[in-house]
Design a protein around this ligand. Structure first.
Ligand code: FAD
Length: 485
């Protein structure tokens, strides 16, 4: 990454002279008043994993005349390393990786970032329904367990009809998309305890409930991640390992190695794609004139941008529907201790329960184990009495002490990231409501005129994950290269 100010030769800065140099038709020129004007071949909107990977791969394909516009003052998007006063990285966004997530892992290796296995030795604590127990897996009655496995296998079988490349083309796409996961459970699984298991799982993995999400989208997502077991498991599954130094480091190193200019604090407000003119990308301080644009973010986030004289109604509907799908607002908390004291007690630090605030925790200590970190996920919709941060912090620390032991009451640091209040990310994993994907899903990846789409949600493999974001950037760079050379 070159410095954040605009220094490169290919940037035509400000003024009418710059504008006329671009030989814009009068109508377009009128739009470009009093802001600096920048001319580039490709503008990438979004400096998360998808946008940065697009730029990195374009560079490898010989296209270096690229500007990245990032709304925040940092790269990494939904990955975020907060830092404790003791100097430890606290991963407050995406963090886990596992088998099959080859592209993000290869990228991390290229950038000199190693992986280490998560700590999952010892007993987890389960507080489900009226029972509390310790063990490796939740204890459910034999009947419930058989019914759960049977339901999971039926879903797996149903999912075989849904192609990951284009779920909307499944022969039964409409039927699957016009029901929610809850509809399917009600119609096919008489055992209500199994509904409860799916509900907890959907809450943890999809930040949503079964009655909010399309069955078609659920099956697609599951397939894209190698199946339900792969999503659920820690060891050998999606929660197997972590990146040493925190996952945001991947984006930071990628950005540092780029020739492209990354412009921070530049939220894109509008994109204008009119035949006969360069594409115009408008931020509050600049107008960027370019041959092509990449929108590298979730469709829900892209919905905040105005697209003038471009985009088919189906694409607009896809973005608006994604933005409007009900989701559980997620808060990710890190509680730091002098040491991972729970390990000595034979506990893994993993807690799964029904009652907030201690519903879902993991051992998130650094590889060295020199401090202990518990990360906790919480949705304030389910914890209405905990909207005040001080009250919440106290309840969380008391809850951890109750479960992990008295040392839990003496953290050396506490921090939290409230993704629901984040201006630039609509959420973590973004679920999709029924009756959208089968009708307008074909616009998910397909370029709209000179506007190309990247972002984890566009990936047929590990959709929703960091790996999907990297894959989407790789795909998008090839697509752009073909389009402009
Ligand atoms: C709490 C949490 C936990 C997660 N856990 C995991 C996990 O364990 N493993 C895993 O693999 N994944 C996990 N994920 C998901 C993972 O982080 C994402 O899939 C991935 O980071 C998405 O990358 P992206 O580049 O597609 O999108 P983003 O990271 O969302 O990047 C989009 C970028 O666009 C920018 N932007 C948005 N609007 C504008 C605008 N108008 N103008 C300019 N810039 C804009 C944003 O600031 C952002 O930088 C988690 C996410 C969260 C939030």
């Amino acid at each position: 990454m070159k410095n954040k100010i605009i220094t490169r030769r290919n940037f035509i800065t400000t003024t009418a002279a710059g504008i006329s140099a671009c030989a814009l038709p009068l109508q377009a020129a009128k739009l470009l008043t009093a802001k600096k004007t920048i001319k580039t071949r490709v503008a990438i909107i979004g400096g998360g994993l998808a946008g940065l990977t697009t730029a990195r791969n374009l560079e490898r394909l010989g296209i270096t005349d690229v500007v990245i516009l990032e709304a925040r003052s940092r790269v990494g998007g939904r990955t975020l390393n907060l830092r404790s006063p003791q100097g430890h990285h606290l991963e407050s966004g995406g963090e886990w990786t596992g088998p099959g997530q080859d592209r993000v892992q290869a990228l991390a290796t290229e950038l000199g970032i190693s992986q280490f296995p998560c700590y999952y030795k010892g007993d987890a604590i389960f507080e489900l329904g009226n029972t509390t127990h310790k063990g490796l897996v939740p204890r459910v009655g034999l009947g419930d367990s058989k019914d759960f496995i049977s339901a999971a296998l039926r879903l797996h079988h149903l999912g075989k009809s849904v192609p990951v490349e284009n779920a909307w083309l499944a022969h039964n796409a409409k039927l699957l998309d016009q029901q929610t996961l809850a509809d399917w459970l009600i119609a096919n699984v008489p055992n209500r305890a199994v509904h409860g298991i799916f509900s907890r799982f959907t809450r943890a993995v999809f930040t949503s409930y079964p009655h909010h999400i399309s069955l078609l989208w659920y099956l697609f997502y599951m397939n894209s991640c190698g199946g339900l077991w792969s999503l659920m498991r820690m060891e050998g599954g999606a929660q197997d390992s972590r990146f040493d130094g925190g996952s945001q480091e991947i984006s930071i190193r990628m950005a540092n190695a780029l020739k492209a200019n990354v412009m921070f604090g530049e939220p894109t407000k509008e994109i204008i794609d009119r035949p006969g003119s360069p594409v115009i990308v408008k931020t509050s301080s600049a107008n960027i004139l370019c041959e092509r644009v990449v929108v590298a973010m979730s469709p829900a986030d892209a919905n905040r941008i105005d697209f003038t004289d471009c985009l088919e109604p189906e694409r607009k509907e896809l973005m608006a529907s994604w933005a409007n799908t009900p989701k559980l607002p997620a808060l990710k908390v890190a509680v730091v201790y002098k040491s991972p004291f729970w390990r000595k007690k034979g506990l893994s630090g993993h807690i799964m329960g029904d009652t907030p605030p201690v519903q879902l925790t993991f051992d998130n200590s650094p590889k060295s184990g020199e401090v202990g970190v518990i990360s906790l996920f919480l949705s304030l919709i389910e914890a209405k009495g905990l909207t005040d941060k001080k009250v919440r912090k106290k309840a969380i620390i008391t809850g951890l002490a109750k479960r992990l032991g008295p040392e839990g009451a003496r953290p050396i640091y506490y921090t939290e990231k409230d993704w629901a209040r984040d201006l630039w990310s609509t959420g973590c994993v973004l679920p999709l409501k029924p009756d959208v994907l089968h009708r307008v899903g074909h616009t998910l990846r397909k370029a709209s005129g000179r506007i190309h789409w990247a972002g984890t949600e566009t990936s047929p493999v590990w959709c929703g994950y960091m790996d999907g974001a990297v894959r989407s950037g790789e795909r998008c760079a090839v697509e752009l290269h073909k389009a402009i050379t």
